[in-house]
Structure formats: C-alpha cells, structure tokens
Write a protein that binds this ligand. Structure first.
Ligand code: SF4
Length: 251
C-alpha cells in the first residue's frame, strides 16, 4: 500500500468559488515543490485509429462503421518526427487504438528510429497487448506505458464495455510496472451513471496501483457511440479531480 496523506471526499471534489481556488493553489504548490517549474513538451502522435475494442465512450470503438480508419506509414511519420518536429518537443507519445498490427509494423520500427536519430523520450499508449509485445516495445527504447484504467468501479467497467475485463486491465498495469516500465494511468470523470461511490472508486484504485503518473479525462460524448446524447462532463469536477490527485499522490 502506498502512503497517502490526502484522501479526497465528495465535498472536496465538488468545491466551488473561493474554496475551489484554495484547493487548486494547494495542489499547484505541492506539484511545484516536487517538480519545480520545468516542463516537458510531449507530442502526441496518432499512429492508427483501428481498434479491436468497443468502449461505449469512444468514437474509435470497433462498431463505429462511420469512422474512416487510418494507419500511418512508417517512412512518412519517421521523416516527419526526425526532420520536421518543432524544436521545443522533448518527448513523443506514440498512440493508437488497440491495433497490434500497427504496433508490429509501425510503432516498433519507429521507436528504434527515434532512439537512433533523436534525443526524444518515448512513451506509448497502445492499449492492452501481451507480454511479448510489451517486451519488444521496451527493448526498442520506449520507457513509459500509458494505460488508463478508465473506470475504477468493476460493474461500471463492464457496463461501459471498457477494454477486456477490469481484472485483465489491472493485471496488465501491474505486469508493466513489474517489468521495467514507468506506468501512467488515469480515469474518466463525468461518465453517465457515475455516482459518488463510483467516482471515489477511481481515487481508491489510483492510490493502490503502482503508477508513476495518473491523469483525469473529462467525458466528452462521441458521435456514433451509445453515449452520443449524454451530457459532457462538468469541467469543475474534472479540474477538482486533477487537483485532488496531485494532493493525494504528490509523487
Ligand atoms: S480501447 Fe481505446 S481506442 Fe479502443 S475503443 Fe477503447 S478507448 Fe477507444
């Protein structure tokens, strides 16, 4: 169990006005004390929007037949990143739907090329794969795996058709952390049917997992998904959740 001095409650997550400003200042101070004022600019590079999963909250879900699907070409994307990226970029995050073909054909050669030709740090966000592919990605030179647990409540995880099963997702997160990766995870705020106990379950899980980073994404209804008519997440709840995570896990 990781030591935690701050445990968020529902009142804190819904705070507004002066109290909200104080919460955000406290969180910003904790982050600045720990990390200083240095920032890294991570460029997100979308390699493929093919996905074998069917998450209810995502427009890239496999049942979305209206979406034009695309896989980048290795030569084009390597040329772009090696010779034409903005000078301010320190890191790249290579991202795709859950598309193992793209991992083998594009991502692994791309990571090798970037490590050979550039000083860029490389993170990947490629979904739930398998230990062999994880090892090949690490060997190629990536060091951070971004794998959101998405939903901390197992029942809602199933209801939302989140990737694979809840237990599989957590096993993969633990496997990555135990096998040389820095793991960054996260969850979605404002999903339909996310009651108070389901919201708090995200923080509990974030506190238990072996993570180097954790982010909060606001729910945004995607076209051509089962949730397309549901309301967008409350931005204050999202920002307060980010502040709460910073206080909960200053590291
Ligand atoms: S695995 Fe990722 S890309 Fe695929 S449907 Fe789910 S959220 Fe979307």
């Amino acid at each position: 169990m990781i030591h935690q001095s701050f445990v968020p409650d529902i009142q804190t997550l819904n705070v507004q006005g002066e109290d909200q400003i104080r919460l955000h200042e406290r969180a910003a101070n904790v982050a600045a004390e720990r990390f200083g004022r240095q920032v890294f600019l991570r460029a997100v590079v979308e390699i493929s929007n093919f996905c074998r999963e069917n998450c209810a909250y995502c427009g890239m879900r496999r049942d979305n037949r209206a979406l034009a699907r695309f896989r980048a070409k290795f030569e084009q994307i390597a040329e772009l990143l090696i010779h034409h990226r903005p000078a301010s970029i320190t890191d790249v995050n290579i991202q795709a739907g859950e598309d193992p073909v793209a991992v083998r054909e594009i991502v692994i050669p791309l990571i090798k090329a970037l490590r050979r030709e550039t000083p860029l740090g490389v993170s990947v966000c490629l979904g739930t794969l398998n230990p062999v592919l994880y090892a090949e990605l690490l060997e190629a030179g990536a060091s951070i795996y971004i794998i959101k647990f998405e939903i901390g409540d197992p029942t809602q995880y199933r209801e939302m058709f989140a990737p694979g099963t809840y237990l599989e997702r957590l096993e993969n997160i633990r496997h990555l952390a135990a096998n040389g990766w820095k793991v960054s995870s996260g969850f979605i705020v404002g999903l339909p049917e996310q009651n108070e106990s389901r919201l708090l379950a995200n923080f509990k899980l974030a506190g238990e997992l072996p993570l180097d980073g954790c982010s909060v994404s606001p729910f945004i209804p995607g076209d051509e998904t089962p949730l397309s008519n549901d309301p967008i997440a409350n931005i204050n709840l999202t920002l307060n959740s980010m502040a709460a995570l910073r206080l909960m896990r200053p590291d």
